[in-house]
Design a protein around this ligand. Structure first.
Ligand code: TA6
Length: 336
């Protein structure tokens, strides 16, 4: 049963926010903007699990074999990797935020600026002493390895032109400093990975996860895909473009507060080994993830970090080579 939160807005076709339940009975928030774009956010994982354009086309990849309940993270949308990226530390791969239950934040403080043009939902995940008992035993053990009190606030916005925005804020509410990594592990839906190129990462240094995280320098032109790619690009720029030639669609990513960007496609062999990904689905996904990995963040008690990630789509009738994505990026101005 869906309970419109601001039902009068729905009648006037203004942006709307609705609280619903998924097939497991877990809470899911549905955002709609006035252009007809929609987004879906699962409180399990605090995870955006859908972003559709006005034609109802899904723009994020979701595995047909995704599991939407603990302990597995949902394979698709935008999983949140926190407080750790990969299996670099003492706790589980990519940390515990993506397989914990978040709540709707009744009082985002300090409130972020909102507008009538956007559908907005504020989520929070916090691990204070009183919350630790809520974690199941294994989680508690793992959380012990990263045993700090924090508040992770996530604001998800949709609109006014269909763009999807995530603002992440991590606050130290402990009595001692802590250090963390974070990534918004974004799965983009693409027509065919061999038809895709990524602009904006040229000439950057990257750590190659397929070669023991050795450091390399990217070549001078667009990134294309012919095999498994798993790289952490360092000091990545504010804007990155993912060009899908087949669909004549460009995803434009704008970020700030995230120093790095991860690019990942598992390709055929790894895809076959993943229980929650169909064998050929690697062809229809690409992860480009704003992240803080190489230089983790340390917060003193009371300090807060903020990172923003905004994604939009640009359609064009261009044929290969006719659209200069850097001109597209420049035309979109600065973060805003
Ligand atoms: O973002 C790239 C990556 O770190 C890859 O190494 C791969 O492990 C991917 O994340 C997915 O990780 P997951 O734990 O969700 O299977």
């Amino acid at each position: 049963m869906s309970v419109p939160v601001n039902d009068d807005a729905v009648a006037e076709k203004k942006p709307s926010v609705e609280l619903n339940k998924d097939s497991n009975g877990f809470d899911v928030v549905i955002l709609k903007d006035r252009r007809g774009f929609s987004a879906q956010v699962h409180l399990y994982g605090g995870q955006v699990t859908s972003w559709k354009n006005e034609r109802g086309e899904e723009l994020l990849f979701m595995s047909s074999k995704a599991l939407f309940k603990p302990p597995k993270a949902i394979r698709g949308g935008i999983p949140i990797c926190f407080p750790q990226f990969s299996n670099l530390g003492l706790i589980e791969q990519h940390g515990f935020a993506r397989n914990s239950f978040w709540s709707i934040d009744p009082d985002p403080s300090p409130p972020l600026a909102t507008s009538d043009d956007q559908a907005v939902v504020d989520l929070i995940l916090k691990l204070g002493d009183e919350d630790k008992t809520k974690l199941d035993k294994t989680k508690t053990d793992k959380a012990k390895a990263w045993n700090f009190s924090f508040e992770f606030r996530l604001r998800v916005t949709l609109g006014p032109h269909g763009e999807l925005g995530l603002t992440a804020r991590v606050r130290n509410v402990d009595t001692k400093p802590f250090t963390f990594m974070v990534a918004l592990h974004t799965y983009f839906s693409v027509s065919d990975i061999s038809e895709v190129r990524v602009e904006g990462l040229e000439t950057l240094d990257y750590l190659d996860n397929l070669q023991n995280r050795e450091r390399f320098t990217e070549q001078g032109d667009a990134l294309t895909f012919e095999s498994e790619v798993d790289r952490i690009y360092l000091n990545a720029p504010t804007k990155i473009a993912i060009i899908d030639h087949e669909l004549k669609r460009t995803f434009v990513l704008k970020k700030d507060g995230f120093s790095d960007a991860v690019v990942w496609n598992p390709w055929e062999r790894k895809a076959k080994a993943m229980v929650d990904l169909a064998d050929d689905e690697y062809k229809h996904m690409l992860c480009v993830e704003p992240a803080v990995i190489e230089k983790p963040i340390t917060l003193k008690p009371g300090e807060e970090w903020k990172g923003r990630h905004k994604i939009s789509t640009v359609y064009s009738s261009y044929h290969s080579g006719q659209l200069d994505p850097m001109k597209v990026l420049e035309s979109l101005g600065s973060f805003g």
